[in-house]
Ligand binder design. Structure first.
Ligand code: BES
Ligand code: ZN
Ligand code: ZN
Length: 495
């Protein structure tokens, strides 16, 4: 993707198409920038109300332009309800239309600065860039090249100075990270194996020498006493890995965040096999890991002044003669013993070891985990929202605030301690399930047993990680939920 800028229409270069922005005022379209040579030609569609400038509405006018083959009017909705989210949604339609028409090079006349009331020019440009780029993504399962979607390759932003390119390049890095997360989620489970995720971390550390990698294979996992990770991973043909990617962007500070992602590359449920209807999307059970890999890459690319270690326990939860078994007791890294009541509650097992390992060895000051952990959180909050659990109100507030900015909705749920009762076992310190009611809370309480006193947040992304339909700038299938959220969080932290 190549970005250019032009201060106004007269300075623009040629392109396949130009998009002219409009507000909707009293049911009528009103130019959102100076249209110059196009002013006359836009009068008719406005007067006939063929174009009302509803958010994301696009019409083509057949005006002869010396520089573009096509001229489009783009609706931004009502000026008074302008928000970053409205801009993202409106500009997503630009990318979609270009994909449909095979357009790769566009001129975009930006809405006038003074009109962007309430939000700064930078915030508006950021939202516009996000709407365009997050939508500029293609994933086709088949290798059938005829189905390949056309993607935008060149965008000229008209109405800004070249210094806007710095911000736009940053958005490009973030969108590329989101696309990486989506590719990892979408790929076949037989391709995106634990070894593949390990390889991705190797590639990241090669591309960004600021990322220092420590990788444990199956033997090292056992040597280090990560016995729950070993138990979950041992049944599969594909061996488990434990990935640690360390980035020090602020060496003088002791502040250090561990971000931990559940990396189950396929969740069959194990011997407690999942039924049809629940199993088909379980290649998405490494979405937390995908978020962590993407976030580490973006942090390094942007050189953020924060200290972060990305931690990924990754296994396939397979069914077979070597699988770990219901009713057996396994000892965790921390020493607590766990009775396996259900091999399908495997995410909390690998995260338990990853959390206590991180708390002990990484000298981190906070831990944030991302996991497609429970079906219960989807019952509670639906497909769009992630459940947030935290033992630290301040950390929860910071995450909620980042979530508002990026519109990746989080909803805080309680670590209601009386429910710990349900995790008691007769034969071990804990059992790994505590019954269906409040299942996502009980899963979070299980994790809390392995956290200790450190500031911690758990984000259950079972709902929004994977979508069965396209929504605005979010695609069907792997979404890349949490990537922008964490970058926003770290940017706030580095201020
Ligand atoms: N990976 C699943 C959770 C999940 C469900 C992710 C739906 C994405 C969409 C997790 O490992 C699981 O199977 N959880 C069980 C726990 C139960 C056995 C206590 C669940 O939620 O049903
Ligand atoms: Zn499971
Ligand atoms: Zn799972």
């Amino acid at each position: 993707m190549q970005f250019t800028t032009a201060p106004h229409l007269k300075k623009r270069a040629s392109a396949d198409a130009i998009f002219l922005p409009f507000w909707q005022k009293g049911g009528v379209a009103k130019p959102a920038a100076s249209l110059e040579e196009f002013e006359h030609a836009t009068k008719l569609p406005i007067a006939t109300k063929d174009f009302k400038a509803k958010s994301g509405e696009i019409v083509q006018i057949f005006e002869k332009s010396p520089l573009e083959k096509r001229v489009f009017l783009l609706g931004l909705g009502k000026e008074e309800s302008l928000s970053p989210e409205n801009l993202r949604v409106s500009y997503a339609e630009v990318t979609k239309l270009c994909a449909k028409k095979g357009i790769t090079k566009v001129n975009l006349l930006l809405p006038h600065v003074a009109d962007l009331r309430g939000i700064t020019l930078d915030a508006a440009l950021k939202a516009i860039g996000e709407g365009l780029l997050l939508t500029n993504y293609d994933w086709t399962h088949a290798t059938n090249t005829e189905d390949k979607k056309t993607l935008l390759k060149e965008i000229a932003f008209i109405g800004v100075l070249p210094k806007a390119l710095t911000l736009l390049e940053e958005i490009k890095q973030i969108a590329e990270g989101v696309h990486l997360a989506r590719d990892l989620i979408n790929g076949n489970a037989d391709s995106i194996t634990p070894a593949y995720l390990a390889q991705s971390s190797i590639s990241l550390s090669k591309r960004f020498p600021s990322i220092k990698l420590t990788l444990f294979d199956k033997e090292k996992i056992l040597d280090h006493g990560l016995r729950l990770i070993y138990a979950v991973g041992r049944g599969a043909m594909h061996d488990p890995y434990f990935i640690q990617m360390s980035y020090q962007g602020n060496p003088r500070s002791k502040d250090h965040t561990a971000i931990i992602g559940k990396g189950i590359t396929f969740d069959t449920g194990g011997i407690n096999l999942k039924p049809s209807g629940s199993i088909e999307t379980m290649r998405d059970d490494m979405s937390g890991a995908a978020t962590v890999l993407a976030v580490m890459g973006i942090i390094a690319a942007l050189g953020l002044k924060v200290n972060v270690t990305g931690v990924i326990p990754t296994c396939e939860n397979a069914i077979g003669s070597k699988s770990f078994k219901p009713g057996d007791v396994y000892k965790s890294y921390l020493g607590k013993t766990v009775e396996i009541k259900d091999t399908d509650a495997e995410g909390r097992l690998i995260l338990a070891d990853a959390l206590s390992y991180s708390a002990k060895n990484l000298s981190c000051t906070r831990m944030i985990d991302f996991a497609t952990l429970t079906g219960s959180v989807v019952v509670a909050l639906g497909d769009d929202m992630a459940g947030l659990f935290s033992n630290d109100d301040k950390l929860a507030e910071l995450l909620l605030s980042a979530s508002h900015s990026t519109n990746e909705p989080l909803w805080r749920l309680p670590l209601y301690s009386p429910y710990k009762e349900s995790l008691k076992s007769d034969i071990a310190d804990l059992k790994n399930v505590g019954g269906r009611p409040g299942g996502s809370i009980k899963a979070a309480l299980f994790l809390e047993e392995f956290v200790g006193a450190i500031s911690w947040a758990h984000i259950d992304i079972a709902g929004p990680a994977f979508s069965n339909k396209e929504r605005g700038y979010l695609p069907k299938n792997g979404v890349g939920f949490g990537v922008r959220l964490m970058i926003e969080f770290f940017k706030q932290l580095s201020k």
